[in-house]
Design a protein around this ligand. Structure first.
Ligand code: NOJ
Ligand code: CA
Length: 560
């Protein structure tokens, strides 16, 4: 079972914007059930649901009020059970988001802890005394501003590394860990197939909460004081013993700013912690040193940087024997075709090129809703912004970084998470087939031409290509588990590698540039073409000129 999950293809659903099943403008569980056939047809074997638990939604579900109930916007527990049943009938596994680095400040644990310093839940969180009239230390929140939020008691603060309403859980308290493990067992017993664990490498904080770089002015990113600290490995080993190892599930960790050596311990195949980790180096290309809203590099990236990042992780994953979840798209990042491809002239070709990379890399591939039809970024009017991160960044950029409002607005529009959270485009209808009423969030104006229905009517569509690519992956073990070796490594535009088992070698050639790429690859002569995103470009020769974003997947030798 685990092996099947590891070798499958995961599709991430951000439920609020996937499909509205009851006509209130908000995506929901009924809507997901309606689309299971669509996902099964694409070849998806696992869906990961971003949080569907009860939540006040300051961070759209990543602030959980009750781990045991379904957000009424999404439906009921009966709907959820039905989803599991219907998914199983289609051999689709359901992975839930697990957000246990923090709870909402509306969680009963926190309500009790906050009101009463003697509450048994006080030690579920980090309450600390202030320092010199301010917060206990100089740590910055990952969304900007102090990482501490005022508690009702005098000169008392509580740690909130994300929004001020997301209160960090104190994992040093064994009662916290046991409550979390019990909750995880409860969901696994319901028949889910695993968890994607939010910010899981941040669960251990430096016990003394020292200032980070005290000589520097202003709030500082605590980095090594909160990230991949020693006990985080112990806690996950314990979680594995007490929960994960009792089921044959898929356990995926979000590795915030993680480095290969850390990931090797979290998802190393012999480490008995998690199965897969995400790293963010690929999607962070072009960001400044302080992250997404740091525009000092103007989001400029190069193909050699893309290749270097990709190969560095791929080679580390094989050499150090850990597993990666490969992705270019999720609910926290803009659309890959707009960031790394050309969403105008070569939208089709470049979306296919990028998806080829994700689906042929070593590890488990993740597709995010809409990626399979090449959904794009667009300029979202400020009045339509929904995301806390964006709204907060707009003011932090002005107040702390002295950026004029019109520039701050442009930066936010360029990188906001809202770009990936607009409703899924199902057809050319009035609300893109997402809902029968005006949706909770603005729809991309290109929906009449970029949508599932249009793609399903064209054999040469992105959707058709993804389907063929997934089928190819299922057919060739080399694509699922074969070793990956870079080729033509110093080529400035071509991303190329082989995937091999003892039986076969497949070659993946991807032109990542919007202009032709010339190269020599004599080994390709006489190979069999398995898949391409261009029709009829002639056979492989020693010297080749690939068209913009051209992809070919070859099998060396004759027969398929
Ligand atoms: C990472 C999640 O992917 C993001 O959406 C969320 O805001 C933070 N963790 C906090 O939960
Ligand atoms: Ca709904």
């Amino acid at each position: 079972m685990k092996q099947q999950l590891l070798e499958g293809v995961v599709y991430q659903i951000w439920p609020r914007s996937f499909k509205d099943g009851n006509g209130d403008g908000i995506g929901d569980l009924k809507g997901i059930i309606e689309k299971l056939d669509y996902l099964a047809d694409l070849g998806i074997t696992t869906i990961w649901l971003s949080p569907i638990y009860a939540s006040p939604d300051t961070d759209y579900g990543y602030d959980i009020r009750d781990y045991y109930s379904i957000h009424p916007d999404f439906g009921t527990m009966a709907d959820f059970d039905e989803l599991i049943r219907q998914a199983k009938a289609r051999h689709i596994a359901v992975v839930m988001d697990l957000v246990v680095s923090h709870t909402s400040d509306q969680h009963p644990w926190f309500l009790s802890a906050k009101a009463d310093p003697n509450s048994p839940y006080r030690n579920y969180y980090f309450f600390r005394q202030g320092k010199a009239g301010g917060p206990p230390n100089n740590w910055i929140s990952l969304f900007g501003g102090s990482a501490w939020t005022k508690a009702p008691q005098p000169d008392t603060y509580v740690l909130t590394l994300w929004t001020p309403t997301q209160v960090d859980l104190n994992w040093t308290n064994p009662a916290v860990r046991q409550d979390i493990y019990a909750m995880m067992r409860w969901w696994m017993d319901k028949g889910i197939a695993g968890f994607r664990m939010d910010a899981i490498n941040l669960i251990d904080k430096h016990p003394d909460f020292p200032d980070k770089d005290p000589h520097k002015k202003g709030y500082q990113f605590a980095d090594d004081l909160i990230r991949s600290r020693p006990l985080s490995y112990d806690y996950l080993a314990e979680m594995n013993r007490e929960v994960l190892s009792k089921y044959s599930g898929l356990y995926i960790g979000e590795g915030i700013l993680a480095k290969p050596d850390e990931v090797a311990r979290y998802s190393g195949i012999n480490e008995n912690r998690l199965d897969l980790m995400f790293h963010f180096d690929q999607v962070f290309l072009g960001n400044g040193p302080l992250g997404k809203y740091d525009f000092r590099k103007f989001y400029h990236w190069t193909i050699p940087q893309y290749k270097e990042t990709f190969f560095r992780w791929q080679l580390a994953s094989q050499a150090q024997q850990f597993r990666l979840g490969n992705f270019l798209s999720n609910h926290d990042n803009g659309r890959p075709v707009s960031r790394f491809g050309d969403d105008q002239r070569y939208r089709r070709e470049s979306a296919m090129a990028l998806l080829t990379n994700t689906l042929t890399a070593y590890g488990t591939p993740f597709i995010y809703q809409g990626e399979e039809i090449g959904m794009t970024n667009f300029t979202i009017d400020q009045a339509d912004w929904k995301d806390y991160e964006a709204i907060n960044a707009f003011s932090v950029l002005q107040s702390m970084m002295h950026v004029p409002a019109f520039v701050a607005r442009k930066i936010v529009q360029h990188v906001t998470r809202d770009l990936s959270r607009t409703p899924m485009q199902w057809d050319e209808g009035p609300y893109a087939g997402f809902s029968t009423v005006k949706p909770w969030m603005v729809i991309n104006p290109n929906a009449p031409k970029v949508n599932v229905k249009v793609d399903q009517g064209h054999p040469q569509s992105i959707h058709a290509y993804v389907k063929a690519l997934i089928a190819l992956r299922q057919k060739h073990e080399a694509l699922r588990s074969g070793s990956l070796t870079p080729i033509l490594e110093s080529h400035p535009h071509l991303l190329a590698y082989t995937r091999s088992t003892a039986e076969e070698t497949l070659v993946i050639l991807i032109n990542l540039a919007k202009h032709p790429a010339t190269f020599k690859y004599p080994e390709g002569e006489g190979s069999t073409l398995l898949l391409s995103n261009y029709p009829d470009r002639g056979p492989m020769m020693t010297k080749m000129v690939f068209a913009p974003y051209e992809v070919r997947i070859l099998k060396l030798g004759q027969s398929t």
